[in-house]
Structure formats: structure tokens, C-alpha cells
Design a protein around this ligand. Sequence first.
Ligand code: F0G
Length: 459
Amino acid sequence: MSQPFTTIIEPFRIHSVEPLRMTTAEERSFAIEHAGFNLFNLHAEDVLIDLLTDSGTGAMSRDQWAAIQHGDESYAGSPSWFRFEAAVKELFPFRHVIPTHQGRAAERILFSVVGGPGKLVPNNTHFDTTRANVEFSGAEARDLVIPEGHDAAKIHPFKGNMDLGALETLLQERAATIPVVFLTITNNSGGGQPVSLANIRGVSEICRRYGVPFFLDACRFAENAWFIHEREEGQSQRDISDIVREIASLADGMTMSAKKDPFGNIGGWLALNDDDLAEKCRSMLILTEGFPTYGGLAGRDLEALAQGLKEAVQPDYLRYRIRSTAYLGDALDAAGVPVVKPIGGHAVYVDAKALLSHIAPLQYPGQALAVALYKAGGIRSCEIGTVMFGRQPDGTETPAAMELVRLAIPRRTYTQSHIDYVIEVVTSVAKDAASLPGYRMVQEPQALRHFTAQFEPIA
Ligand code: F0G
């Protein structure tokens, strides 16, 4: 629908509401100290606007709730499974679809079969659970995003692209030790940046030439396809679902967290063409997730996802989704807050290295900003920097390439006035950024430390 008005409106009405609880500055100060200055440890009721993640936090539609009533909980061969499988194959026509309770279960199953010591897995940028599952198998995870993808301020329409030259060189040297090449669409850890169709075609062509399977980490496939539709030459007349099907046709398989674009509160899958590999993965699935027609999911979850997949590729929704994320990013940019540009699909990433340049990377500028946003306005965000990526497999700690704070936007959940409030709080914290302290980590778990580490401010 094209029209002469520019106000972004939510393309839905609200039908059921959840109350938000206001807190005082004293309450927030107490809560964050009690949480060891780690936002993952907060009670969600102490958060006003929760931008920790867009994963599993979206609002389901009327039609998804209605679909849930059709959930059939038969252990094997449930009609809900067949509806789910058909909806997945409609967009991603891989031969085998293996349902899992969420994305990282698909990753664990796949890498436990194809990973292992001596192996190497390239990706544009591994998401943290993907990297952790590759490394847990004993394999090495290597990021090969284009150089622009490491420069927060650099404008590039497809900053999530894989560096095709670097991929080719790596395959020349090591193809025999590379069980799979991954591409994350959109590139979450690199700023929610899209990958172009031309780049996906390029990765596919190189992988086929070297006989190495090519898999997608496709959590935000619909948002990525919308960027292709908007920014790539010759794509603006295509249906989003048609673009998605072409992307799938270029790959040999995918891992999926259905908690993102498909509007699931839970869910995921692994899909692939190779019969032998599928057989091995299904055996692992039965061992740890469940029977192959439900994986880790209830029949009602499968129904909600089958419907959600249809809604995820609707142009009115995607136009609103991407424009409303840009609305937040553009407003912060205009107010002088350094953000990753162009604005990504599911989140706005504040460049904490630029904003808190007085804090050294090993004193966690991103964590410092995330704590300050919570204390000031009850906003929960997520550090994506040295806290998340600084600990190396050999035990050393090195600064991450970027120090970002992600304001992830749950789908269909907050209105424009919530976002206006976020703009006001972030802008006000940014004005005082020079007064914020760095942090030291006082307790650190073995793996994925950002989830449970404890901090204290450096006086
Ligand atoms: N891959 C990407 C690109 C992701 O963003 C995530 C999750 C996963 C895989 C794992 O999926 O959570 O269902 O096991 N990202 C969430 C986030 C957690 O906040 O970005 P999962």
C-alpha cells in the first residue's frame, strides 16, 4: 500500500495488554547492584522497557493464538507437525526438516555431528551460541565479514556480507577440514546488518566449487529479505517469500531460531538436503530433544510457528518493522549518539567505544553504558563487546573488535511512544557519558560468561 503520509504506524491494533511496572531510581539502583551489575540477572518486573533481546519476546497475533487451539499433542505424526513442516518448506524447501526447541539446539546437533578437533567453521560473524557450539565440539570458529562490517560508522548497504576473497583463500588452503560454511542473515553480532543476494550467491558458488556444504543461520531471514527488496538492484518487484526461496535454494541447509522472525516464543529447526547427515542429526535429536515430529516442541508451538511464518513475510509488517527500528536509530544519530550505521533490522547498536572513550576495553565500556541506561530509565539492553567475546579459548582476554550496546526491539510489542521514551533516556545518558565508571568482572563462569558474570564498578 503506497500512500502520501510518512508517519510510521503499527500495522495492528492492540487486543490484549500487559501492564508495565514503574520503578524509582532508588529501586533500580538496588536491583542492579543486587544483580551483580549484570542485566541478565535482573527480575524482568524491575525492567520498564525490555530491549535485552528480540528473541522469543515478540507479541503473537490473534491468528497465532487461534492456531494454538489446533495444537495436537500426539507423540508421533501429529497434524500440527505436518502443518509446521509444510510452512517451513514453503519458504525453505530443504528435503529434511528437524524441529528443535530453539536455535542453539539445532547448532549443537549439527556441530556435534560435523564439528570436532582440527575442523574449521567460517561464518560472516558467528553469533555467541553458534561460536560456543563450534568451539565446544573442538573445532575453530572463524569470522570472515567484509572489512566494512568492523567499522561502526561506515555506511554500506550490506555490511553483513562475507568477504568472498578471504573465503576463497581459506577454502583453497583448508577445504578438507571445513565441514560447512555458515552465513548469518542478518548478521546479528555485527550490528543486525543484512547480507546481499549477490553475496549469498557468491558464497554458494564458492562452496559448490570446493564441494563444501553451505548453511544459513537464518533467524532473521525475513528482515534480511526486506533489505534485499529495498536496497538491491532488480529486487524491488519480487515477493519477499520469493526472495527467501531463492536464498534457500542457494544453500544446502540451515539452522533456525524460530524465536526471531517467525514470531515464536520458543522453537527452532535444522533443515538440510543431505540424507546421511539428516539421519545422523535425527539420531542426536531423539537422544536429546525428542521424536522427529516434535523435536523439543509442543504441538501448539508448532501451530504458532506455522502461522507466524506466514506473517513474517508480509510486506506491510516488514516495512513497519524496519522503519520503526530506523526511527529509533535515526533519532539517536541526530542527537549525536554514536550508533552503528546504517541502522540494522532488529536492533539499534550504540557504539560504546566511541561514546565512552575514557573507559578501556577491558573495563567494559558497553557494560558501563548498559548499566547506566537501566539505572536512568529502566531500559534493559545487552552488551555485545568484550564481555561477550573477550575470553579466548586459550584462556586469555582480548578486546573485542567493537564495543556495542544493543537495543533489540521485540516484534510488535512496543509502540512509538515507548520508543520516544527510549530516545529521551539514551540521549540524556549520552550527555553525561564522561561521568560513567568502568567495571571489573568479579565472578566469571567457564563458558558464555556474559550471561552470569558478576561485576563491580571501578571507583
Ligand atoms: N543465531 C543467531 C544469529 C542468533 O541471534 C541466535 C539467538 C541464535 C543463533 C541462537 O538461537 O536463542 O533460539 O538458541 N539470538 C538471541 C539474541 C538470543 O538475543 O540475539 P536461540
